[in-house]
Each structure stands twice: as C-alpha cells, then as structure tokens.
Design a protein around this ligand. Structure first.
Ligand SMILES: CC(C)(COP(=O)(O)OP(=O)(O)OC[C@H]1O[C@@H](n2cnc3c(N)ncnc32)[C@H](O)[C@@H]1OP(=O)(O)O)[C@@H](O)C(=O)NCCC(=O)NCCS
Length: 197
C-alpha cells in the first residue's frame, strides 16, 4: 500500500507490548542515520546506553508515542516521547535502566524534554519525525509546559530546526558528552517556546 500523507500513519501511545518492535527500530534508525556523523564504536555505545527499559517511565505515563503503517498496525515505523520530569539513567551494565532522580518539574518554569526519537530508515523524510515532535509539543502544552528542550545528535539538528528549535549555545551548538564506553559524543542542546500566542 502506498501512503501519500504523513497523516495516513497511525499515531498512538506506546505500550509495554511494543518493546519487541521498539528495539529493532532503535537499532536500525541509529545505525543508519548516525553513520557518517559518529564513529562505529560511538554508535554501539549510543545503542548500548539506550538499552531495554530506557523509555519505560514514559510508556507508563503515556508520553511515548509510536507511528504505525495503516495496513499493518503492529508495524512500528517511528517513535518518540517527552518526559515531564528529569530522569537520570545509569550507564552501568546490569543496573536498572532508570535509577532515580525523578525531580518533579514545575511546568510553568521548567521545560519538557523530547526523548527517544527514532524513524525507520525505510520511512525517512516523510514527515514522521516532525509529526511526532508536534504530538509531543501538543501533549506537553496540555500538561501546562511552555518550553521544550532536547539534546540532539548532530544528524538530527536540521529536523529540529525545521520544527522551530534553536541551539542553546552559540555557533554550531555542539557540546561533548560522555558515553558509557568512555568516548565523547557531540550533542546539541536545543529549545523551543511552545506557548500559544
Ligand atoms: C532525525 C530523524 C528522526 C528524522 O526523521 P524523519 O522522519 O526522516 O524526518 P522528517 O521527515 O520529519 O523531516 C522533517 C524535516 O526535517 C528536516 N530534516 C530531517 N532529516 C533531515 C536530514 N537528514 N537532512 C536535512 N534535513 C533533514 C527537513 O527539513 C525535513 O523536511 P523535508 O523532508 O520536507 O525537507 C531520523 O533521521 C532518525 O531517526 N535518525 C536516527 C535517530 C536520531 O537521530 N534521533 C534523534 C536523536 S535526538
């Protein structure tokens, strides 16, 4: 079936039953799109740090979304979510993916964070990521947030710019962050005001 519009894809909150689909999506997406921007070892470390369970807190709160094709509702082709609170993850193998610090955010002063954006390479440049960004913003606004922040991999900066995000730092906006394997990876902190005018 040929899909002509991004609206043809079905958007729904992710469930824990989606775990088996989300993992291969993440692997295919990062492996394909981050190549040329990050080293092979950095890509492996990025994937390792986004291991199973990383998005459980979002799924449990209904703030992680998936897009499926209309002809195959079980086929997840893109995913992303937002978190209304800061979460700190353990990078240590064997330790629970989410380890604490859930600091409650105040939506009137703090930002919602977009996280876990993955599009399958076969479905690139159809507007799926932009649709997910929009959904996250709408949902966060509904929860009272007026600002969205995110930490973009360098390959994703143009996507977020096209959605109205700006770099927090001057110039290329790049900051180096540590990966679990000890390597440093370039990341770009971005922000957007989603207040309705
Ligand atoms: C980044 C990513 C999510 C983009 O997904 P996508 O569905 O292809 O993006 P969209 O089709 O919604 O793109 C919307 C707009 O963003 C911009 N854009 C997206 N990808 C781009 C790219 N590779 N180069 C230039 N512009 C790009 C374009 O303006 C595009 O509009 P256009 O296609 O009409 O020109 C996808 O490449 C991906 O999954 N990458 C690996 C995982 C990742 O990097 N996640 C983000 C971590 S923060």
């Amino acid at each position: 079936m040929a899909f002509t519009s991004v609206e043809d894809y079905i958007l729904r909150p992710a469930t824990f039953d989606d775990a088996s689909e989300l993992k291969p999506l993440r692997t295919a997406s990062v492996t394909h799109f981050c190549a040329g921007h990050y080293s092979t070892s950095a890509i492996s470390a990025i994937l390792a740090s986004a291991r199973d369970g990383r998005y459980d807190d979002l799924i449990s709160k209904g703030t992680y979304f998936v897009l499926t094709t209309p002809d195959s509702p079980a086929r997840i082709v893109a995913s992303a979510g937002w978190t209304p609170h800061r979460t700190v993850y353990s990078d240590k193998p064997g330790e629970s993916a989410t380890i604490a610090v859930h600091e409650p955010f105040d939506p009137s002063t703090d930002a919602a964070w977009i996280r876990g954006m993955y599009v399958h390479p076969d479905y690139a440049r159809r507007g799926l990521a932009a649709r997910l960004v929009k959904e996250c913003e709408t949902d966060a606004r509904r929860a009272g947030f007026v600002r969205v922040h995110l930490s973009a991999t360098t390959n994703a900066v143009q996507l977020y710019e096209s959605c109205g995000y700006v770099k927090m730092k001057e110039g290329d906006g790049v900051e180096m962050v540590g990966l679990p394997n000890g390597e440093m990876m370039a990341s770009v902190m971005m922000k957007k005001n989603i207040e309705e005018r």
